[in-house]
Design a protein around this ligand. Structure first.
Ligand code: EPU
Length: 418
């Protein structure tokens, strides 16, 4: 078993470069299935979720030629199957195969992942969207199949601005007859990135990044293009909050400042400093953070995927803070681990109260999910003494070279095999 060992008490200093966005990559990879041709994707993050999606594509007959660990040529001319039940069941984002293969081949079957550590994860909005476009959906024995003769554009109102449903319906409607309108669409940066990718390949999608996305169906996507994935705003936010929790002074390079406005506002509210210059952000903190209340919301609100990292900052703040989680039912499991490190957090349902403490103390802790893992690394660097983090497979799903990036900022962090 692997563990991360951190000898804490370091103020982070230096520069860190942000990788491509994991959540954009795992939507753009299945989106390539809509092309009957070849395209190249650059700036892919080197993380296990991307590797897993690539294995699924290969099982379906996609030919991948790696130019470097961040760049791959994708040849989707010979799809040999549209059904994969085993790997897909263990990998939530495989639901994007539904929209992509329904659009390209008119039939698809994947294993359905159940609930997960973050709480129930239904896909009813995805299914409603596919049915509105004319697909037949069958759910049985933990699998979902979708079939259609032709998909026909229509107006689809999402009851909740779901990231996954917005992307999946967009994928299904790119090659449909006529015009599809997604109303109350999610606006996260990776939705814009998927739309930009598809438009580069010949799709006609307008309004991505707003509440209403209009997709005019086209006959075919041409491929023969190169697309570079947007920088990961959650990774950038993770390092920004690490600088605040450790009273550091860092420069976050290769990020899009506009995507980080809600995070910058909270950093400033707790007493931190931010200076932006093109695609770089300097973030520094000289004193103990002040208390703040946070409510997670769909973009452009404060992201749920930075809630745990912000929780570390508030554990160390002067005074009492409250976080309300409005996206996921169960995203406070990390608070039990932080309490083992001396934090004083009480969580109930979708809220948690943080009574700030002067310092955290290193302890053995376990990552319950990807972002909880990142939060524990930040806590370990800020804490006095030694922290041991287990369950690293969660962290490896979405952070590229995380120990090396923190080590380059001065943290005493290493991975060991036990
Ligand atoms: N929901 C439904 N029905 C649906 C779809 C969603 O009720 O059909 C509910 C969910 O249960 C949840 C809420 O709507 O309560 C938000 O779900 P959404 O569909 O927006 O999330 P997602 O697409 O499943 C993506 C990210 C998550 C991120 C959320 C919110 C990917 C692969 N995952 O999930 O990322 O937290 O959007 O921004 O893009 C992470 O990276 O750590 C992560 C969990």
């Amino acid at each position: 078993m692997e563990k991360i060992i951190i000898n804490g008490g370091t103020s982070l200093k230096g520069e860190v470069s942000i990788s491509g966005a994991k959540n954009a990559a795992i939507a753009i990879l299945p989106a390539t299935l809509l092309i009957d041709g070849i395209c190249t994707i650059e700036n892919l993050p080197d993380v296990s979720d991307v590797k897993q999606f690539c294995s699924i594509l290969e099982i379906l007959g996609v030919k991948l030629t790696w130019k470097s660990k961040h760049e791959v040529e994708v040849d989707t001319r010979n799809i040999v199957k549209t059904s994969e039940l085993d790997i897909t069941r263990t990998f939530r984002a495989s639901y994007y195969l539904l929209g992509a293969l329904l659009g390209r081949c008119g039939n698809v079957q994947v294993g359905l992942p159940g609930g997960c550590k973050l709480g129930a994860r239904p896909i009813d909005l995805h299914i409603k969207g596919f049915e509105a476009l004319g697909a037949n959906i069958d759910l049985s024995q933990g699998n979902i199949s979708a079939t259609c003769k032709r998909l026909t554009g229509t107006t689809i109102y999402l009851d909740f601005a779901s990231v996954g449903a917005t992307i999946n319906i967009m994928l299904a409607s790119v090659l449909a007859d006529g015009t599809t309108i997604i109303d109350n669409a999610a606006k996260e940066p990776h939705i814009v990135d998927v739309a930009n990718f598809l438009n580069t390949m010949g799709a006609d999608i307008r309004g991505a990044g707003t509440d209403v996305i209009k997709i005019n169906g086209v006959k075919k996507l041409h491929g023969d293009c190169t697309y570079s994935i947007v920088p990961d705003q959650i990774e950038a936010g993770t390092f920004m909050l690490a600088a605040i929790a450790t009273k550091g002074d860092i420069v976050v390079k290769n990020c899009i400042t506009k995507h980080l406005e809600s995070v910058i506002a909270k950093v400033v509210e707790v007493g931190g400093n931010v200076d932006s210059n093109g695609d770089k952000l300097r973030v520094w903190m000289k004193k103990r953070p002040s208390k703040a209340n946070v409510k997670t919301l769909p973009y452009p609100g404060f992201p749920t995927d930075l809630q745990a990292q912000m929780g570390v900052v508030l554990s160390l703040a002067e005074g009492t803070s409250i976080i309300n989680e409005s996206i996921w039912d169960s995203r406070f499991q990390y608070t039990e681990e932080l309490n083992k490190m001396g934090a004083k957090i009480t969580s109930q349902g979708k809220s948690a109260i943080f009574e700030g403490v002067n310092h955290l103390i290193g302890a053995p802790v376990a990552a319950s999910d990807l972002r909880a893992g990142a939060a524990l690394i930040i806590a370990g660097i800020a804490a006095k003494g030694c922290t041991e983090i287990s369950n690293l497979e969660h962290i490896d799903r979405g952070y590229e070279n995380i120990e090396e990036k923190f080590r380059n900022l001065g943290a005493n962090i290493k991975r060991v095999q036990e």
